[in-house]
Design a protein around this ligand. Sequence first.
Ligand SMILES: [Zn+2]
Length: 214
Amino acid sequence: MKFINEGAWKYLSVKLPILGAFLMLVLIPALQWALDFQVIPQQHHALIIGIIIPALAWIGKKIAQPELHQSTSSAQIQAFASVLPTTQKIFMLGVRSINNLKGVHPDLVKVVKRAIQISECDFTVIEGVRTAARQAELVKQGASQTKNSRHLTGHAVDLGAWVNGTVSWDWKYYYQIEKAMKQAAKELDIPIEWGGDWKTFKDGPHFQLPWGYK
Ligand SMILES: [Zn+2]
């Protein structure tokens, strides 16, 4: 009786590179994804980044193409990973943003929380609910034109583009945020208005639920 025939070796030689490719191109990006999305608790990150991912990469390399890979192929892994949708950069709201969303209409909060996930540009919630006193002050400064702002009732938010650790006022980022906010609103079927669409006194950071929206 013959347990291993010649064909089996041929089969194995195909199987092993597939396993190697799986380690490098599926398992490692999956781990990276889990890290990015905080699926894995923070205290395990160092172990995974420092030991597990390099080990998997090393094993994967050995199996996939033992002769070809003398040096690290992390550049190749990255090149491949960059085309995977799961490795797209995803932003999260910070503590200040969450705080500034307090008192804001829950539907608008939903839109903001969805938008941060799909936005090409990171953003921070600069302001949500505003007091009448502060609104009057802004009108006096010329920063706002109305005493009857949607901010007073929690129906508006101001989002600042967060670029290189600071708020940027460059309009190009506000078009990216606009895109994300409108996409999120569409997905959630919640109507929103963007200050950048206003004919006069364009307000790029400003998003609000329409007047009359309950
Ligand atoms: Zn505003």
